[in-house]
Design a protein. Structure first.
Length: 91
């Protein structure tokens, strides 16, 4: 294999690896966004005594809803969706 052909193969592999990594980042950001939007819904729909025990804000003696926890989770989820959209921009 000539040097020119070898460098073309290496360049093609780099481009393919970059596209694969971009797909992984976009997929990961979408999954993280879905997770945090789901957590926001969990905080808004359930009072503190009905939350799972491992979730911050769980209080077995309280019946209030954690609006600010849910808002924070929604903001994080939307930021993850924005990351996915910006990484996918231009394809």
């Amino acid at each position: 294999m000539a040097d020119g052909q070898a460098s073309e193969v290496v360049a093609a592999a780099r481009v393919r690896g970059t596209k694969d990594m971009k797909t992984v980042v976009i997929s990961g950001a979408v999954l993280v966004g879905l997770f945090f939007v789901g957590l926001a819904a969990l905080y808004w729909l359930n009072p503190a005594d009905h939350l799972p025990a491992f979730v911050p804000g769980y209080d077995p003696e309280s019946d209030k809803r954690h609006f600010t926890h849910g808002l924070g989770m929604l903001i994080i989820g939307l930021m993850a969706f924005a990351l996915a959209a910006l990484r996918g921009w231009g394809d």
